[in-house]
Design a protein around this ligand. Structure first.
Ligand SMILES: *[C@@H]1O[C@H](CO)[C@@H](O)[C@H](O)[C@H]1NC(C)=O
Ligand SMILES: *[C@@H]1O[C@H](CO)[C@@H](O)[C@H](O)[C@H]1NC(C)=O
Length: 370
C-alpha cells in the first residue's frame, strides 16, 4: 500500500512538472493600453502586450476589423497580432531540460505573396513558408516541435519578410505549447504511436485541424507527431474526433498533399520474419467527396487502398503482408490523388489513416495441437 501511494505521488508530481509549461496570453486577448497604440499599430515599446516582448512593426487586431476589402475574422477569441517586416514577438518559457515540446499556432497570411514565419526555441528554429493556404477561411494551425536543451527557452516568432507595405505580414491568433511524451513500444505493435494519439496541442475552438509541416531535418525526435516523420514537400493534417470523423481513438492523420505529402516510420524488424501491417483508411467527414486512395509502402511491397468517400466519415481496414529483409523497415503512407472539399472547392483534403499496427506472425506451435 505504501509503495502504491509513493508511486502515485511520484506520478502526480512528474505529470504536474511536465504539464506546467504554458504560454502566457497565448491568444492575445490581453492587449496594449490605449495610450500604447496608434490606430492598430502598437507604439508603446517592447512590453506593450502582456506576456510578450515585441519588436518592430506590430499591429494589434480586433476580430471584425477591415483591411482593404477583407474582413478579418479571428478564430480563437477576439484578438490577434500582425507581424510586419522584420517584426517579432518573444516569450521566455520554463521547460524541463531534455523534454520534447510541440508548439501549435494559428496563423493567417494577409497580403504578401511570399509570407514566411521563423519560429524558434533556441537553438532550434524553422522557417515556414505560408504561400499555401490549406484552410478555407484563410487561417491555418501549424505545429512544430523542439527539444529543450535548457530549463528556460526563448520562443520567438519572427517575420523575416521585407514587403513594400509594412502592414503586410502574417497574423498570429493563438500560440500554445504542450510536452510530447515519447511513445512506447508495446508487445502488440512494432510501430510507435500507431494510433496517432500522441501529438501536438489542438485548439478546442478551431475546427481546421493542425498542419504538420515536413521534417526539414532528419530528426525523428523533432516531429510533433512522435514516432512519425512527415516526408516530401507538403504538410499532413492532424485531426481530432471533436471536429472530424476519426476511425479509432481521438486522433488521426489526413493526407492532404497527394503524393507530395507522405508520413513514414522506421520499424525494427527481424530479417526473414513475416509481418503484417494493419491500418484503417477513411474520410474525415469534412466534405472530402469522391475517389480517395492511400498507398502504403514497405520495402519493395506496396498496396493501394481505394476508398469511395461520401464526405460524411467512415473507414475501411487494409493489410499488407511482407517478409522483412533488414533490421530496419521503413513504412510509408501517401495519398494517390489531390482532393478538394466539395463544399468550398478551395481547401485541400484527402484520405485519413489511423490505427496502424505492425505485428509479426508467429508460426503455430504444432505440438500443442496433437
Ligand atoms: C471557445 O468557445 C467557447 C464556446 O463557444 C467560448 O465560450 C470560449 O470563449 C471560446 N474560447 C476562445 C479562446 O475563443
Ligand atoms: C530564425 O531565427 C533564429 C532565432 O532567432 C535564428 O537563429 C535563425 O538564423 C533564423 N533563421 C533564418 C533563416 O532567418
Amino acid at each position: 500500500m505504501e509503495r502504491f501511494s509513493f508511486l502515485l505521488v511520484l506520478f502526480c508530481c512528474f505529470h504536474v512538472a511536465f504539464s506546467f509549461t504554458h504560454v502566457i496570453n497565448g491568444e492575445f486577448e490581453l492587449g496594449p493600453k490605449p495610450q500604447d497604440m496608434k490606430g492598430t499599430v502598437v507604439t508603446g515599446g517592447p512590453h506593450s502586450i502582456p506576456g510578450w516582448e515585441i519588436s518592430g512593426f506590430i499591429e494589434y487586431i480586433k476580430s471584425g476589423q477591415k483591411q482593404d476589402d477583407m474582413l478579418l475574422v479571428v478564430p480563437n477569441g477576439a484578438y490577434a497580432v500582425r507581424l510586419g517586416n522584420e517584426a517579432s514577438i518573444k516569450q521566455n518559457l520554463k521547460v524541463v531540460k531534455g523534454m520534447y515540446y510541440s508548439i501549435t499556432f494559428v496563423v493567417a497570411r494577409t497580403c504578401a505573396q511570399e509570407e514566411k514565419l521563423n519560429v524558434s526555441a533556441a537553438p532550434d528554429w524553422v522557417v515556414l513558408p505560408m504561400q499555401t493556404v490549406y484552410g478555407g477561411n484563410g487561417w491555418d494551425a501549424y505545429a512544430w516541435s523542439f527539444r529543450a536543451d535548457y530549463p528556460s527557452v526563448d520562443m520567438v516568432f519572427h517575420n523575416p519578410g521585407k514587403e513594400e507595405d509594412p502592414a503586410c505580414g502574417p497574423i498570429i491568433d493563438s500560440i500554445a505549447i504542450q510536452p510530447l511524451y515519447p511513445p512506447r513500444l508495446t508487445n502488440k505493435n512494432v510501430l510507435k504511436n500507431g494510433g496517432f494519439e500522441e501529438g501536438p496541442y489542438v485548439f478546442p475552438n478551431t475546427s481546421s485541424g493542425v498542419l504538420i509541416p515536413p521534417n526539414i531535418v532528419d530528426h525523428i525526435e523533432h516531429s510533433p507527431l512522435p514516432g512519425w516523420m512527415v516526408e516530401s514537400l507538403k504538410a499532413v493534417r492532424y485531426i481530432d474526433s471533436d471536429h472530424f470523423s476519426v476511425p479509432k481513438g481521438k486522433r488521426a492523420v489526413e493526407l492532404i498533399g497527394g503524393k507530395e505529402s507522405a508520413i513514414a516510420q522506421v520499424a525494427r524488424t527481424i530479417p526473414g520474419k513475416t509481418y503484417t501491417l494493419f491500418f484503417a483508411v477513411g474520410d474525415a467527414g469534412n466534405s472530402c467527396e469522391g475517389s480517395l486512395s492511400v498507398e502504403a509502402y514497405v520495402g519493395k511491397e506496396s498496396v493501394k487502398v481505394p476508398y469511395e468517400s461520401k464526405g460524411k466519415g467512415g473507414f475501411k481496414r487494409a493489410t499488407l503482408k511482407f517478409v522483412a529483409v533488414s533490421t530496419r523497415t521503413r513504412i510509408l503512407f501517401l495519398s494517390t490523388f489531390y482532393n478538394m472539399r466539395s463544399d468550398d472547392l478551395a481547401s485541400l483534403c484527402g484520405p485519413v489513416i489511423d490505427d496502424v499496427t505492425l505485428i509479426s506472425l508467429r508460426k503455430p506451435h504444432r505440438r500443442f495441437h496433437i
